[in-house]
Ligand binder design. Structure first.
Ligand code: HEC
Length: 153
């Protein structure tokens, strides 16, 4: 078993051990999905603003921290989409109804963010602050493009 397979096997037995079977894991309650997507976005926001502070010279640039922040953003950016499923349009949420009536467009904007955040992690690993500033700006545009139309103020 390679490392990844071992970790997966370990997580699977842990999930079974605490009573989370595959079916139960897939059936997240709508209110829990809303919490999970907001938690993912909150962590994206936290890590992204640290990069923003470094990009705008409000905080000293630190390569290792920038890599950690950017890799977290890239990984977390893949998580919210699955939590916009049926029944998650009502409740404690700022997502607008257009998310569901224009799901193809919404998915496309998520995809664009995933591309930009993957590039952001790549650029952070290269350790070039000037390039990081540029890619921070591009990534920020991909956040705004969605928030403008799909997130209530
Ligand atoms: C495809 C659409 C989309 C993209 C892209 C997107 N967001 Fe969001 N974001 C949303 C929606 C919708 C909400 C509201 C979620 C809710 O309340 O259920 C949200 C909420 C948030 C929140 C508030 C979370 C909370 O505590 O409730 C933050 C912070 C955030 N986004 C940051 C970002 C950042 C930073 C990026 C870019 C790296 C980004 N988002 C990209 C749609 C998007």
């Amino acid at each position: 078993m390679n490392k990844r397979t071992r970790i997966y096997a370990c997580l699977t037995s842990l999930a079974v051990g605490i009573g989370l079977t595959g079916a139960a894991m897939a059936q997240v309650k709508p209110e829990d999905s809303i919490k999970l997507r907001k938690a993912a976005f909150a962590l994206i926001g936290y890590n992204f603003s640290s990069l923003g502070a470094m990009s705008q010279d409000r905080k000293p640039y630190n390569k290792d921290e920038a890599i950690r922040n950017a890799e977290a953003v890239a990984a977390l950016a893949r998580m919210p989409l699955e939590h916009f499923g049926a029944g998650t349009d009502k409740g404690d949420t700022k997502a607008k109804p257009e998310v569901w009536s224009q799901m193809d467009k919404f998915r496309g904007l998520m995809g664009k963010m995933n591309e930009e955040t993957a590039k952001l992690a790549q650029v952070a690993r290269n350790g070039d602050l000037a390039a990081l500033k540029v890619q921070f700006g591009e990534t920020g545009k991909s956040c705004k493009a969605c928030h403008d139309d799909y997130r209530a103020k």
